[in-house]
Design a protein. Structure first.
Lengths: 305, 289
């Protein structure tokens, strides 16, 4: 079995309520199963449901053992950790990996300090689980049992990694939070700061990074991709915020020969009706023109590679 | 190199070498501004040899695990983002706490800064003139900017010895690096090599730091960039672009110009372009001209 189950797909902030019943209101959390191994990507508010499910259904088979991969440490991706029930159960063993910026505290401090009395009634030191932290960079890890994961820096206002899980010849890839790389330097010769060499180097760097991103998606069976905005919203005033448009994600996935694209990291202001309309709109645009299948992420959905 | 007290002081200092006083105020201003533009960030780092070296070190360190060595700040800013690079710069632009403030400093830091920048600017002009791939222009600039980095700790932590070395060079009319060797038993190229090692800079930039007074014994692969830095250094000394501390620098072997493929006439023609670049930088840093 090689699958991904969505426990949270919302961006920025949990948004419970009547407008988010279909697609869900919890922030990012994915459960990835490779045979008997359990991998969790992100500890947004969705991880609470996953933790409770594990405690109820899997604890009876023995202590919970999981590898948690954090895409980055923005709050919506780590906020659920204190409510992840297995951390309070003796015998639980977790390895938590994620990228940490140079100037920051360690991963253990960033995640664990959420469990201090000022924020939470239990301190990290009081947890029953055994937790190991490991800071990650661009790399390839052999996770054992035939599972490997490649990591790739994405374009977000903080150090952020995409993950490519490979198992039995298939691949599940996450690419959020991310927007396409752009040349940040002036390219208009009439700009007083224009410098030809800098403009060229900037164009080249952005192009090469975008090519490396598509190589990272290449041939994925499932790609879970940031699609917080429409192209129109993105261009209007969201460039540099670190999120992609539906159009970019679909085109990049299509160029990379991805089989299934899961539209993810829904904008907190986007209700069910609008998301359904957008999903139908893009599916309609693609029908008969490509083998790529596209679906908006729904909390509770399971996708098999 | 002798293991004297002085050298131990230099070695200790390298681990936390601060930004040049010439640029530090602007670094803090640019990096603390939430609306900093990528172009200002690139500029402010490119203007400080210490900062440039340290930021390149961090970007290429195991910390980020990037597969290819990056010598272009522009690329680093696009790949890692303005925030990340800004924070790298801020965290390295620490104030000068360790230097012996009571001691007299041999080198005027602003003059020294102008010299480093001048050599960077000329090395880049030479690269352009000799048809070096535009992707490598930044590397030529960085190599020129950093070539004399070894003088910073010598000047800042063993100031008395350094004043003696400069006096010796003046009295005997010899190049500073030879006087350093006699007075301190090491020279700025050797100290520079220690810094390059500490910053994990290898390849062309490290070679230029180590061999810019020893091209005769150089057998590495980066001869063109080394020659460009040597010629740029000679030019900056002769045209008195800033002050490197050496009143009697070595003469230039004309064969090096031929090997590079540039003429003296061309070198005579670049003074305005060089002055304009340095003026731009001074205005940016708000230095009094």
């Amino acid at each position: 079995m090689f699958s991904v189950k969505i426990w949270g797909d919302r961006g920025s902030m949990p948004v419970p309520g009547p407008d988010t019943v279909i697609f869900g209101g919890n922030t990012a959390c994915l459960e990835i199963r490779c045979g008997k191994r359990l991998f969790i990507v992100d500890a947004g508010s969705g991880i609470r449901g996953l933790g409770d499910w594990l405690a109820k259904n899997e604890l009876k088979n023995g202590p919970i053992k999981a590898d948690i991969f954090l895409t980055h440490t923005h709050w919506d991706h780590i906020m659920g950790f204190p409510m992840f029930t297995p951390i309070y159960i003796p015998g639980t063993s977790l390895t938590i990996r994620g990228p940490v910026n140079f100037e920051d505290e360690t991963l253990e401090q960033i995640i664990g300090n959420q469990l201090s009395y000022r924020y939470w009634p239990v301190r990290q030191d009081e947890l029953a689980a055994t937790i190991r932290y490991e800071s990650l960079k661009e790399t390839e890890l052999d996770l054992g049992d035939g599972v490997t994961v490649h990591t790739k820096y994405l374009n977000h206002p903080v150090l952020c990694l995409g993950y490519r899980f490979e198992y039995e010849g298939k691949a599940i890839v996450t690419a959020y939070d991310h927007e396409p790389f752009v040349n940040l330097f002036p390219t208009d010769p009439s700009n007083p700061d224009y410098d030809e060499a800098i403009a060229e180097e900037g164009n080249r760097a952005a192009k090469e990074e975008n090519e490396r991103i598509e190589a990272f998606y290449r041939g994925a069976d499932i790609l879970v991709h940031d699609t917080q905005y429409t192209a129109k919203e993105y261009k209007a005033n969201k460039v540099g915020w670190g999120h992609s448009s539906f159009e970019y994600a679909i085109n990049a996935a299509n160029r990379s020969g991805v089989k299934k694209l899961v539209l993810f990291h829904h904008d907190p202001n986007r209700g069910d009706t609008e998301l359904q309309e957008l999903e139908l709109f893009y599916q309609g645009k693609l029908r008969g023109r490509t083998a790529l299948s596209v679906e908006a992420s729904r909390e509770g959905s399971v996708y098999h590679a | 190199m002798a293991g004297s007290d002085s050298l131990r002081k230099v070695r200790d200092y390298i681990g936390s070498m601060p930004s040049l006083p010439t640029t530090v105020a602007k670094v803090l201003e640019v990096c603390n501004n939430p609306k900093t533009s990528p172009i200002d960030l690139d500029k402010v780092i490119s203007l400080d040899p210490v900062l440039m070296g340290r930021v390149l070190k961090l970007i290429n360190s195991a910390y980020y695990g990037l597969q290819n060595q990056i010598t272009s700040l522009v690329r680093a800013i696009i790949m890692l983002g303005v925030n990340t690079v800004k924070n790298l710069a801020l965290s390295t632009a620490v104030l000068d706490r360790l230097a012996d403030k009571s001691g007299f400093r041999a080198l005027n830091m602003e003059g020294f800064w102008r010299h480093c920048l001048g050599v960077g600017v000329v090395a880049k002009l030479i690269a352009r003139k000799t048809g070096v791939d535009s992707q490598r222009l930044d590397e030529y600039f960085a190599a020129g900017l950093l070539h004399d980095i070894g003088k910073v700790p010598m000047n800042n932590v063993i100031s008395d010895e350094y004043v003696r070395a400069m006096g010796l060079a003046d009295r005997e009319r010899i190049p500073l690096y030879l006087a350093e060797k006699r007075a301190i038993d090491t020279d700025h190229a050797e100290v520079g090599a220690m810094i390059a090692e500490a910053w994990h800079l290898d390849g062309p930039i490290a070679d230029c730091i180590k061999y810019h007074h020893a091209v005769d014994v150089y057998e590495g692969k980066s001869r063109p960039i080394l020659l460009a830095v040597i010629v740029a250094n000679w030019y900056a000394n002769r045209e008195e672009v800033g002050f490197s501390g050496s009143l009697y620098p070595e003469k230039l072997n004309p064969a090096l110009l031929d090997e590079l493929g540039i003429s003296r006439d061309w070198l005579e023609s670049i003074d305005q372009a060089v002055a304009a670049e340095i003026e731009k930088a001074s205005v940016f840093l708000k230095l009094k001209s």
